[in-house]
Design a protein around this ligand. Structure first.
Ligand SMILES: NC(=O)c1ccc[n+]([C@@H]2O[C@H](COP(=O)([O-])OP(=O)(O)OC[C@H]3O[C@@H](n4cnc5c(N)ncnc54)[C@H](O)[C@@H]3O)[C@@H](O)[C@H]2O)c1
Length: 352
């Protein structure tokens, strides 16, 4: 059987862990090394179910030159898939420096060490190597009532998180244009699914509603996001690894625009069905002060990845949401472990 190794960064987090689980299951010849700093966002229980003989977790930081360089030399990967990031907008308002340190400097270090490694590869190994950088639609800023972000939309990041991801995207682009590195960047919309850290909208609302706590909806709740099931994002990344063109950017989205308020109501409706004793859960909705600088609307035009790589979302939103709510209802141990570092308090309000 053909054996290959990938180096994944940030694989203990939400999307990276789904990527690792699904990729190992799909290819028996694949080995994955996961470099993760195991911040608050990494739950130790997340990857206990994968085949440990083909998976190795290295606890370390992407900013660590020696760790990254020796891992590359030792593991000889055919791809680096870069998920590691500080990812929560509210936290970026409170501690932007942490975001720049990981998302910008960390990406820079990863690019530099990968470039040294890639230069020494020869023939097919060098030609087929890929560096996949996972980014967000938030780099494009906020839309009005109509239109969608394409890969040619101008960068207009509005939060410290988005600005740090935008800077990383520019570095990745430069490493292709200047050094010829075979990089591919994806800019994806909001993901949802199991194992998402309970600071993000969907798991936060599920857990609060289950506990009978008020559901804090920012501002008027009419901010629009495009939602994609995490398994569809993983399938997009696998397509990009297989056939994505070096230097290319691919937008990834679910063609599924929803207001935050509609999302919270949909979660409440699921819980009314699964936990009728607490119904109607939407009585818990409470409108609270908006997030500073809150972007109004994101929408993604994913025509390029559909036309060039044949990818399209497969998971119906209602079905995916029900499955997600059900998972949080039945995974107390994971939730307790994940919640040790964060108990649901409001983050990211700046003093008036
Ligand atoms: N969640 C979304 O909806 C979404 C949408 C589009 C793009 N993205 C991007 O996808 C990537 C993964 O997002 P996520 O939601 O899985 O994030 P996450 O916060 O759940 O996980 C991030 C992981 O990175 C690790 N990490 C953080 N700093 C590190 C460092 N310095 N060195 C090594 N590891 C470090 C953490 O320990 C954690 O395991 C991010 O780059 C994010 O910007 C996320």
């Amino acid at each position: 059987m053909h054996q290959k190794t990938w180096l994944v960064t940030g694989g203990c987090g939400f999307i990276g862990s789904h990527f690792i689980r699904d990729s190992l299951a799909a290819d028996a010849g694949l080995n994955i090394i996961n470099l993760d700093a195991q911040t608050y966002a990494a739950c130790p229980l997340t990857l206990v179910d994968v085949d440990q003989s083909r998976y190795r977790l290295v606890s370390g930081c992407i900013n660590d030159m020696a760790v990254v360089s020796s891992l590359l030399t030792e593991a000889n990967p055919s791809a680096v898939i870069h998920f590691a990031a500080e990812s929560h907008v509210d936290r970026s308002i409170e501690t932007p420096d942490v975001f720049l340190q990981t998302n910008v400097n960390g990406t820079l270090n990863l690019l530099q060490q990968t470039h040294h490694y890639w230069q020494k590869l020869v023939g097919e190994d060098q030609e087929q190597f890929r560096f996949v950088h996972i980014s967000t639609d938030e780099v494009y800023g906020s839309l009005g009532a109509a239109g969608a972000f394409s890969e040619d939309s101008p960068y207009r990041p509005n939060s410290p998180y988005a600005a740090s991801k935008a800077a990383a995207d520019h570095l990745v682009r430069a490493w292709h244009h200047t050094y010829g590195m075979p990089v591919v960047t994806t800019n994806c919309s909001n993901n949802y699914g199991t194992h998402q850290y309970p600071e993000k909208l969907i798991p936060l609302m599920i857990l609060k509603a289950m506990a009978g706590e008020s559901l804090p909806v920012y501002g008027d709740g009419l901010q629009v996001r495009d939602w994609l099931h995490v398994s569809d994002h993983v399938r997009a990344l696998q397509k990009v690894l297989e056939t994505g063109r070096p230097g290319r950017v691919y937008n990834v989205g679910g063609n599924n625009e929803q207001t935050n308020l509609a999302i919270v109501n949909a979660i409440c409706a699921c819980l009314d069905e699964y936990r009728p004793a607490g119904a109607p859960h939407n009585r818990l909705i409470k409108f609270v002060t908006d997030r500073p600088g809150h972007d109004r609307r994101y929408a993604v035009n994913a025509e390029r990845i559909r036309a060039e790589l044949g990818w399209q979302p497969q998971v119906d939103f209602q079905h995916g949401l029900q499955e997600t709510v059900d998972w949080y209802i039945h995974n107390d141990e994971w939730i307790a472990a994940a919640r040790k570092a964060y108990q649901g308090q409001r983050l990211g309000l700046v003093a008036a």
